[in-house]
Design a binder for this molecule. Structure first.
Ligand code: GTP
Length: 236
């Protein structure tokens, strides 16, 4: 007697969230990806290695699948274009010890804007509260305090200029919690934008989370709110 097969409809399964990690060579893209997946910090990686990792995590009480593309830095333009079209969200990474890598994030954001424009038009869902491509800016290697070349304020300003959804300063080597927070935030921004906004509002009433350095009277209300919104994602 044949056993009846249980049908699993595709719609009942959550679609994996595809995240591409982009940045100049040596900023820590592989370190970030591997740290998130294995919890371990591994010192050296093959710079030419380009890999998609799939992993399941419990985020916001749900089991979710993430696909992470760890890109190789020296990519041909067409390859980069394919990667940008593949991903739904992006981590733009630089190292605070390398000003060149800081400049590279602007070029990469420009390419993300150009290549993902058409793509997003066709996939935008009614639930999506994010009108632009979800991109976060991550400054890595803050543990190398004596080698720092890019200040936190510069990084934060750049995240505003590039319209990134949030900005983080982290050390992949020293702090695993900040690594987890980045991926969790991206998931919430992409899949639960409403909840994400509620959390932001809650946190906005906690000034301790806000990293304000400039006097508020120099900015209009919207700019101040945007600044706060982004500031609270900063993990030092
Ligand atoms: N001190 C310190 N070193 C780090 C950190 N993150 C990565 N590194 C080191 O930086 C070097 C480059 O890291 P990778 O993860 O290979 O950088 P990548 O961006 O993937 O580089 P490519 O593969 O060449 O594009 C390695 O030697 C890592 O051990 C960090 O937070 N602190």
């Amino acid at each position: 007697m044949s056993t009846p097969r249980r049908k699993i409809s595709m719609s009942s399964k959550q679609k994996p969230l595809r995240i591409a990690i982009l940045g100049q060579n040596g900023v820590g893209k592989s370190a970030l990806t591997v740290r998130f997946i294995t919890r371990r910090f591994i010192g050296d990686y093959d710079p030419d290695l380009e890999k998609v990792y799939a992993c399941s995590r419990c985020i916001d009480g749900e089991s979710v699948t993430l696909e992470l593309l760890d890109t190789a830095a020296q990519e041909e333009k067409s390859r980069l274009e394919d990667h940008i079209k593949w991903a739904e969200a992006f981590i733009l990474m630089y190292s605070v010890t390398d000003r060149c890598s800081f400049g590279e994030v602007s070029r990469l954001k420009f390419l993300i804007n150009s290549y993902s424009k058409k793509q997003r038009k066709s996939v935008s869902s009614p639930d999506s509260a994010m009108t632009s491509t979800p991109v976060v800016l991550v400054a890595n290697q803050v543990d190398r305090i004596h080698d720092r070349m890019v200040t936190q304020e510069e990084g934060f300003q750049r995240s505003l200029e590039l319209s990134c959804l949030s900005f983080y300063e982290i050390s992949v080597r020293e702090n695993i919690d900040s690594v987890f927070k980045i991926f969790e935030d991206i998931y919430l921004m992409c899949r639960k934008p409403r909840k994400c906004r509620q959390q932001l509002c809650k946190q906005l009433s906690l000034p301790a989370f806000i990293n304000e350095e400039k006097p508020e009277e120099t900015m209009d209300t919207t700019a101040t709110l945007n600044r706060r919104r982004k500031a609270i994602f900063t993990v030092s």
